[in-house]
Design a protein around this ligand. Structure first.
Ligand code: ASP
Length: 416
């Protein structure tokens, strides 16, 4: 028992150390410049190591989502809890995303970053950028279309949302079948345990993988754009932090009485992994591990809330989509009417729900938010150079929201 505890702590510490070393080495590489052969070799090596780490997580992602949701829903339905869990989860997701968007829009109104800049300054970048246009109705149609896919194709191609939906059906069918399918239920349960065991192996590579990813990010970040868009970047980061450090912990405390420090201690493996990978989907195996093993959420609740949240619940992304639309409107010297702002609010939420948990996925769905109020889709070319940097923090808050959600849902559904 005690050796397990020692190794758990040491991986946590190693991950933090890896993150700090990656950031320091990346900043130094940035200082040396990308022409230096030392930096080029370093970036090549970091891409390889970071890539393998992400690939390993993605390898486990699909079997994990399938097993955890099926087992979770089967166990919940057995205790007649499924409906309450399902309802509280959705209410939590929508409410926290709405709060995040309100924070984003309020911050933009208060500080108005972008004053003094204009889209004309970026016209070259905008002309070169070919936006993939999609109206809100087309987006909703294609989103709905992604929900129900042949499960073998979904599993093979890693369509997480479609796997979530199929697993829900599968889990429900398993329960309705009763005793007859007991052995299949046991197989799924054991499958889940085996995948989680493999996740713990991959975690041994996490410190190195995270150091490599952060090194590469900093070594390659273009600072000239940052100096132009500095105010906007700082404001978005501050608002995202406000949501992650104040709002979500306050909600957690209000509903469960748990303190932020306790939460961060249990959640940090997942938070640092999300920061470094910028992918809620790739982080999912780690999120599930932290939620069940460190935060002590029942596997049947975490197994349902976390995988669903990884694709649907994105507070950081929702905040960013709305803030970025208002920023572009500022650059164009447009004052959006109240109705237009309401549209930004709603479409940002749809865009965040529809964005898959992948790096910069929010940028793709952002086109829709811009178009919904008549802003040029090409304007996202202005934001692309800083997106990778902003994606770190918003993915971290996206993942934090899923973990806080599991704890809140567990509390809400255990009262009766
Ligand atoms: N990278 C984000 C995530 O995986 C999605 C996004 O906002 O781009 O959660």
């Amino acid at each position: 028992m005690s050796t397990m505890k020692v190794s758990k702590w040491s991986i946590n510490t190693q991950i933090l150390l890896g993150a700090v070393l990656g950031i320091l080495a990346g900043a130094y590489a940035h200082h040396l410049g990308q022409q230096s052969s030392l930096v080029q070799n370093g970036v090549y090596l970091a891409s390889m190591v970071g890539g393998v780490f992400i690939d390993l997580l993605k390898m486990l992602l699909v079997p994990l989502v399938f097993c955890s949701i099926t087992v979770g829903i089967a166990n919940l339905s057995q205790h007649q809890q499924a409906q309450r869990v399902w309802q509280s989860t959705l209410i939590f997701f929508f409410a926290t995303m709405a709060i995040a968007i309100v924070i984003g829009m309020t911050g933009m109104h208060l500080f108005k970053p972008g004053a003094g800049l204009s889209t004309a300054m970026f016209s070259d970048a905008m002309q070169q950028f070919n936006a993939n246009r999609m109206s809100v109705s087309e987006f909703i149609t294609s989103f709905l279309h992604q929900l129900f896919i042949n499960p073998f194709a979904a599993l093979a191609q890693g369509h997480v949302l479609a796997i979530v939906i199929f697993s829900l059906f599968f889990g429900i069918a398993l329960v309705l079948g009763g005793e007859r399918y007991q052995s299949l239920r046991t197989v799924m349960q054991e499958g889940l345990e085996i995948v989680m065991r493999m996740v713990s192996w991959v975690m041994h590579l996490a410190p190195l993988g995270i150091a490599a990813l952060l090194f590469k990010l900093l070594a390659q970040q273009d600072l000239t754009v940052l100096s132009v868009l500095g105010n906007f970047v700082v404001l978005v980061m501050a608002m995202t932090l406000l949501h992650g450090v104040v709002v979500l912990p306050a909600i957690l405390y209000l509903f469960t009485g748990k303190h932020a420090l306790w939460f961060w201690q249990g959640a940090r493996e997942a938070l640092v992994t999300a920061f470094a990978t910028s992918s809620s989907a790739a982080t999912l195996p780690v999120t599930l591990r932290c939620t069940t093993q460190h935060l002590h959420v029942k596997p049947e609740i975490a197994g349902f809330v976390v995988p669903l949240g990884a694709t649907v619940n994105m507070d950081g992304t929702a905040l960013y989509e709305a803030a970025a639309a208002l920023f572009i409107a500022n650059l164009m010297g447009l004052d959006l009417s109240f109705t237009q702002q309401l549209i930004v609010f709603l479409v940002s939420m749809i865009a965040a729900i529809g964005a898959p948990g992948l790096p910069s996925a929010g940028m793709v769905t952002m086109v829709m938010v811009l178009q919904s109020v008549g802003l040029p889709a090409e304007a996202i070319a202005i934001l692309l150079p800083v997106d990778r940097l902003l994606d770190t923090l918003r993915t971290t808050v996206n993942v934090e929201g899923d973990m806080v959600g599991s704890l809140v849902v567990q509390k809400l559904t255990s009262q009766r």
